[in-house]
Design a protein around this ligand. Structure first.
Ligand SMILES: Cc1cc2nc3c(=O)[nH]c(=O)nc-3n(C[C@H](O)[C@H](O)[C@H](O)COP(=O)(O)OP(=O)(O)OC[C@H]3O[C@@H](n4cnc5c(N)ncnc54)[C@H](O)[C@@H]3O)c2cc1C
Length: 385
């Protein structure tokens, strides 16, 4: 069996690694160039951790993990609201939690698979024809190849999904926010693992990623979903967060590489089915949980592990069914969590801000952290198929 994977992100590369473990060949086509740097921070939680352990990669991820320590939250005038410690949360999660920059994640996974898997960079799928016995694929360079199966792992604005399942609008569910994230060089130490600031309808913050750098994450209430130029993005960020004190002020002044930075509407993907014929979707392209759930990477990795294991032991149509049946309950739970969290994370009023300042430190303190971790994290999937 030979499988084409469109998209070399967390879902695609993990799938290539898991398929290889089962002796199944795959080709990965990735739109971006090799060794792309920058991006934002992503978390490895229970299910992702378990997959990384099975791939023998947990030490590599640990070595690249961002420092965990205190998180300080202020209002948009710089006045302290509350604080907590990420280490308490990590402990409450049984120690199986870490955060890593996306480019380092990509680097670890790429090194793990590149000698065994054919990865083609700056390549996309231009056309696809599933004739029932196989799938003919035309690539962006004009070349054609036939595969047994095709997996779309090309993110929430999936090109493969639109070629096979229909236009984006049919599946994108905007949550009413926009978000932006990029990397900066720090002028002065942050003094904490995370410094967050908030105002009504706004949340912004910087994560210390070590070596004098920080990863930013800004989110604000905004119903529009039009695509903006770099200049327009800058203007929107200045309009929404201009006037906020350090460290936000410096983050807004820094130069931003928009090839790797994130700026988009926060959208979930809702699909009645993840497979059609010999094509199946995986990760954000199938279910995007959004960063509000904090589980997108881990769920993509767990999905890859399960899909590979099912394909190794069942005919493809049964494998697709089994994969979806095992993943869908978790996905629907985490999409609901993400919608719920959004309404609190981006406070809707001064009262909402005060409530958050009161509730979060209690919820994330030692006596309650385990309960909070259980409430908001994804249930552990059985990966021993
Ligand atoms: C700002 C931000 C913060 C986040 N924080 C967290 C977090 O803390 N924890 C967490 O678990 N998750 C987080 N997430 C979510 C997480 O990044 C995603 O859930 C995860 O990356 C999904 O992986 P994926 O491989 O399915 O999709 P993606 O990460 O989107 O990867 C898709 C890949 O496909 C490539 N591609 C795109 N189009 C094509 C094409 N036409 N052909 C070929 N290749 C293509 C892309 O270049 C990319 O490499 C965050 C997301 C954002 C935006």
């Amino acid at each position: 069996m030979r499988i084409l994977i469109a998209g070399g992100g967390p879902a695609g590369l993990t799938l290539a690694a898991c398929l290889h473990k089962h002796g199944i060949d795959s080709v990965v086509v990735e739109k971006g160039p090799k060794g792309r740097t920058g991006g934002y921070s992503i978390g490895l939680h229970l299910n992702g951790w378990n997959v990384a352990e099975r791939l023998g990669l947990i030490d590599a991820f640990r070595a690249q993990a961002m420092p965990l320590g205190p998180a300080l939250h202020r209002d948009s005038q710089g006045r302290k609201l509350f604080s907590y410690d990420y280490r308490t949360l990590a402990k409450a999660s049984g120690g199986r939690m870490l955060a890593v920059m996306r480019d380092r994640f990509q680097d670890i996974m790429t090194r793990h698979v590149e000698t065994e898997v054919d990865i083609r960079y700056e390549t996309t799928v231009a056309a696809i024809d599933d004739d029932g016995a196989g799938v003919d694929v035309t690539f962006s360079d004009g070349s054609m190849e036939r595969f047994d199966l095709v997996v779309g792992a090309d993110g929430y604005r999936s090109n493969l999904r639109s070629l096979v399942f229909g236009p984006h609008e049919a599946f994108l569910r905007p949550l009413g926010y926009r978000a932006s994230a990029w990397r900066i060089t720090l002028d002065a130490p942050l003094g904490a693992s995370f410094v967050g600031m908030m105002d009504v309808d706004h949340q912004g913050g910087l994560y210390d990623i070590g070596d004098g750098h920080a990863a930013t994450l800004f989110c604000w209430r905004d119903d529009r979903s039009d695509r903006l130029s770099s200049e327009e993005r800058r203007q929107v960020l200045a309009q929404e967060f201009g006037g906020w004190p350090e460290p936000v002020r410096s983050a807004l002044k820094a130069s931003i590489d928009w090839d790797t930075a994130f700026f988009d509407t926060v959208c979930q993907i809702e699909m009645p089915k993840w497979a059609k014929g010999r094509v199946v979707l995986l990760g954000d392209s199938a279910w995007c949980l959004t960063f509000l759930a904090g589980q997108g990477t881990s769920t993509a990795m767990a999905g890859a592990h399960i899909l590979a294991a099912e394909l190794a032991r069942k005919p493809y149509a049964e494998a697709f069914e089994a994969y979806e049946a095992r993943l869908r309950p978790l996905v629907e739970k985490m999409q609901a969590v993400s919608r719920k969290i959004g309404g609190h994370y981006i406070p809707q009023s001064r009262f909402g801000m005060r409530l958050q300042a009161w509730v979060l430190p209690v919820l994330l303190s030692k006596p309650f952290a385990r309960l909070a971790a259980r409430q908001f994290s994804a249930p552990e999937l059985d990966l021993d198929l």
